[in-house]
Design a protein around this ligand. Structure first.
Ligand code: ADP
Ligand code: 5GP
Length: 234
């Protein structure tokens, strides 16, 4: 390379931060049969990952005493829910155990358009509706327990549910587990640290998918032109 060429201006430059900031956000959906560890992994992700926020659903279910309106859910009555649904304000909705649950459209669209990633704690019906509408934005991970015996013992150790509720959750798990093939990734949660790191690796790799960064195209083109100049190919 000649002296003169080494002294030329830098031309197009791009930093990793710039590439990150200019991308479209993604929608991360974690699903698992109850007791596999989905909530634990979701909590760790929200604590340790920047630029990731939780989608807060609306529901017509009564608020539990431990829940805060606007934090765990936006609680509303069935009439208001039906109004939102009929006005196209919901991205997906489902009726679970006689109550309505749904993802409001506007916060999700705002987040992903401004490059923020969003985490969902929704059921399988909701996951499939999101995939139908926004397939390329959705990254779905199925969290699998190492065995049914361990899943059952985690449900008992968690000590949140009665025997009857645990039996109901195990029954629902039959259908949930049979749909594992619909997910983009499967992560086995035997060792929590390892499962968490695997989920984190998926998130990091998915953030770098080229189609999430349409603005990088012109920058790469600028570099190609710099290179052509450098090679005297103008
Ligand atoms: P889910 O949200 O899938 O129903 P949770 O995250 O509530 O499950 O986990 C169920 C229980 O299992 C909790 O008490 C949690 O602390 C525990 N747990 C989660 N992951 C592991 C793991 N890898 N090893 C042992 N216990 C775990
Ligand atoms: P819970 O009443 O225990 O908070 O939630 C019951 C079920 O509804 C869980 O499986 C939960 O993942 C699901 N759920 C919560 N929010 C939504 C939502 O916005 N959409 C859908 N489809 N399911 C939801």
């Amino acid at each position: 390379m000649s002296e003169a060429r080494t002294g030329t201006p830098a031309g197009t430059t791009v930093s990793a931060d710039q590439a990150e900031q200019q991308r479209r956000g993604l929608m991360l959906v974690l699903s698992s049969p109850s007791g596999a560890g989905k909530s634990t992994i979701a909590r760790l992700l929200l604590e340790k990952e920047d630029n990731l926020e939780l989608s807060i659903s609306v529901t017509s279910r009564p608020r539990r005493s431990s829940e805060v309106d606007g934090v765990h859910y936006h609680f509303l009555d069935a009439g208001r829910f039906e109004q939102m649904r009929d006005h196209g304000e919901l991205l997906e909705w489902a009726e679970v155990h006689g109550n309505y649950y749904a993802t409001p459209r506007a916060p999700v669209e705002n987040a992903i358009e401004s490059g923020r990633d969003i985490l969902f704690d929704i059921d399988i019906q909701g996951t499939f509706q999101l995939c139908e509408k926004m397939r390329s934005d959705v990254v779905s991970i199925f969290i699998l327990p190492p065995s049914i015996a361990e899943m059952k013992s985690r449900l008992h150790r968690r000590a949140e549910d009665t025997e009857e509720v645990i039996a109901k959750r195990m029954k629902t798990a039959v259908e949930e587990m049979s749909l594992w093939g619909e997910y983009d990734y499967v992560v086995v949660n035997d060792d929590l640290e390892r499962a968490f790191e695997n989920v984190r690796a998926i998130l990091r790799a998915e953030r770098l998918k080229q189609f999430r960064s349409p603005k990088i195209g012109p920058l790469i083109q600028g570099m190609v032109e710099d290179l052509q100049k450098e090679l005297g190919e103008e």
